[in-house]
Design a protein around this ligand. Structure first.
Ligand code: GLN
Length: 310
């Protein structure tokens, strides 16, 4: 073994986890222990250290495995996120393929999905909406996390997923096929900021418009961890000066995309809800602000509903 410059000689998986965790820590890599455990468990065919039998953990790594550990852990030293190194990550009950620069789904977005699901399930039970197949639009689908979660849990739903990035469109399609959810999904490459007409020609009469839009304030981008700043698509993060650029566009299009009783579900910055409420009241007559919810990680979820004139 020519590989690991750290201890000489052969080491076990457990020792490798320890050695690399320390090395990451010394080099200022965030979440050093989890990083080394996830990478090494992945190379041994498991999701986490806990999923590995004791025997596998205490066996010596082969030269080949040691090389692989070295190669992948070195990527982490460059601050590449573990999710990209491993190439897949779990989002709720789905395992999604991930690759740079497509936005890595965050745990807080799982809560957004729960909210949407609860609403859509309640509405279909109550018979709100038409008898026709219900549909949902996602703006900025990234890896497909939100759209695919909804499709998996709602067997009658049809989803129109949009993203301005070709990488994202391809990844969402790939994830959909891997999960066998491609039949009720239409993925389109379209920039909602530039091509509103195309958005409207693709989607109409939807029950829900869901998005985890780019909502960071531009000036905050530089203070992001290198994992995010260097590797993820800034177009999925940068919401302009006030973080509201894409959100305003979504709200402008919403009444045209949604059916009566349709709703917009957004993940936003904690500072945004009052600003969004005010902006929507002043600018989009057909929208009514319904509620804001705080999720466990301190983010806010903002819900809007189309005003009904009946
Ligand atoms: N939650 C993301 C972050 O903290 C931001 C996501 C977004 O802009 N949609 O990096």
């Amino acid at each position: 073994c020519s590989t690991l410059s750290l201890p000489s000689g052969r080491i076990t998986a457990l020792q490798a986890m320890d050695v690399w965790a320390k090395h990451f820590e010394e080099k200022g890599v965030i979440e050093p222990e989890q990083s080394s455990q996830f990478i090494i468990a992945h190379l041994l065919g498991a999701k986490t250290k806990e999923c590995l039998e004791r025997k596998r953990l205490t066996e010596f790594l082969s030269c080949e495995k040691t090389e692989q550990v070295w190669r992948l852990c070195t990527r982490r030293l460059s601050r590449m996120p573990v999710q990209y190194i491993i190439g897949e990550w779990d989002f709720r009950d789905l395992t999604l393929k991930l690759r740079p620069p497509v936005f890595i789904p965050r745990p807080e977005t799982e809560e957004l999905v729960e909210l949407v699901l609860t609403d859509l399930q309640r509405e279909s039970r109550a018979g709100v909406g038409s008898a026709a197949q219900e549909s949902c639009v996602e703006v900025g689908c990234g890896s497909g996390a939100i759209s695919l979660s909804l499709l998996k849990s709602l067997p009658r739903l049809k989803v129109f997923a949009l993203d301005q990035s070709q990488d994202a469109v391809e990844l969402t399609r790939e994830n959909a096929s891997r999960l066998g959810l491609q039949d009720r999904l239409q993925v389109s490459r379209v920039d909602v900021m530039k091509d509103a007409d195309r958005v409207l020609s693709l989607c109409s009469s939807a029950s829900a418009l869901v998005s985890n839009p780019p909502y960071l304030f531009s000036e905050d981008l530089q203070s992001l961890e290198p994992e995010i700043y260097r590797f993820e698509d800034h177009a999925a993060l940068d919401g302009g000066e006030d973080g509201l650029t894409v959100i305003k566009q979504i709200l402008t299009l919403a009444p045209l995309i949604l059916s009566n009783h349709g709703r917009v579900y957004l993940e936003v910055d904690p500072r945004h809800p009052p600003l969004i409420r005010q902006w929507a009241e002043e600018n989009v007559e057909e929208l009514r602000f319904v509620e804001t919810r705080r999720d466990t990680s301190g983010r806010f979820v903002f819900i809007n509903k189309e005003k009904t004139f009946h």
